[in-house]
Design a protein around this ligand. Structure first.
Ligand code: RB5
Length: 149
């Protein structure tokens, strides 16, 4: 189950991503927003990120105008590692190296076809573990205010 969320700047893009998920045979939960009426991206980022952090959704995809605000918001939720990506290689590497459980991108930054390639890379790439695990563990320690040096 993929958690989806966006703000008013990215409703059309989110709908394109929904079509892609359907083509890929993946289930999703759409946490809004659903219209182009101006809204606050942290509200929608939090809904999707909390669903991922709680294990209700396996991964999440959040989209705003730049992808920046909504990724910052998602990363404020404990347990979330949200990678902001504007290209498929970054999306692949944030899975392989960071075990990112959420993806963000900007609807005003990337076109629909590029966005679809980014989403495909994110959803079809596995985490490598190994040497990356200690670094990912440090991210959790940082969330807990623990010393990582
Ligand atoms: C909305 O105008 C815009 O600020 C938002 O979509 C996003 O780009 C924020 O980071």
């Amino acid at each position: 189950m993929i958690a989806l969320a966006c703000d008013h700047a990215a409703v059309g893009m989110k709908n394109e991503i929904i079509k892609l998920l359907e083509e890929m045979g993946l289930t999703y939960k759409d946490f809004g927003t659903y219209t182009e009426e101006s809204c606050a991206y942290p509200v929608f980022a939090a809904r999707a990120a909390r669903a991922v952090a709680a294990g209700e959704c396996d991964r999440g995809i959040v989209i705003c105008g730049t992808g920046i605000g909504i990724s910052i918001a998602a990363n404020k939720v404990r347990g979330i590692r949200c990678g902001l990506c504007s290209d498929p290689l970054s999306a692949e590497l944030t899975r392989r190296h960071n075990d990112a459980n959420m993806l963000a991108f900007g609807a005003r930054i990337v076109g629909v076809e590029l966005a679809k390639a980014i989403v495909r890379a994110f959803l079809t790439t596995e985490y490598e573990g190994g040497r990356h695990q200690a670094r990912v563990d440090m991210l959790a320690k940082l969330e807990n205010g623990e010393d990582i040096e």
